[in-house]
Write a protein that binds this ligand. Structure first.
Ligand code: C2G
Length: 130
């Protein structure tokens, strides 16, 4: 059984998130998702997510393509998460292209093309300034 792992904040879930999760699942048999903690998102993006950690966990857990989830507390722990979850493949969007190549010693690494024209940041902008 091929185990695939991916990571993200998945705030204000949109079709780009669903696309990458479905594509990640299609590359293996079992999909494990590391959902960034509120604290990690604050470090990465300098803001608290619109949806709380527990709501984001509930939403991502409810998706048919997702088999298991855990909270990602630190970018530095990515290698440990890969090992703990016995992942065969790490999948990320190509905004992260090259950034996780050092994990190729632990598992395969693939960057998938992002879905164009949609992002959480743009959704926040549109809602603020309709
Ligand atoms: N994504 C995508 N297409 C979009 C928007 C996002 O394919 N239009 C992908 C991103 O490339 C990422 C995933 O959806 O692989 C989750 O995106 P974010 O929630 O923005 O994740 P991010 O905050 O970049 O966290 O350890 C890595 C990080 O936790 C990734």
């Amino acid at each position: 059984m091929k185990r695939v792992i991916t990571f993200g904040t998945f705030d204000i879930v949109h079709v780009g998130h669903i696309n990458i999760l479905e594509r990640a699942k299609s590359l293996g048999d079992y999909l494990i998702v590391g959902v960034s903690s509120d604290a990690l998102n604050m470090q990465k993006k300098g803001r608290t997510p619109v949806y709380s950690e527990s709501d984001r966990v509930k939403i991502i857990s409810s998706l048919r393509c997702v088999d298991e989830i855990f909270i990602e507390h630190s970018l530095e722990l990515k290698g440990d998460y890969i090992k703990e979850h016995d992942a065969d493949l790490l999948v990320m969007g190509d905004d992260w292209a090259g950034k996780f190549d050092n994990f190729k010693t632990l598992c395969d690494v693939q960057y998938l093309t992002r879905t164009p024209s949609i992002s959480t940041t743009e959704i926040i902008e549109v809602v603020r300034n309709p």
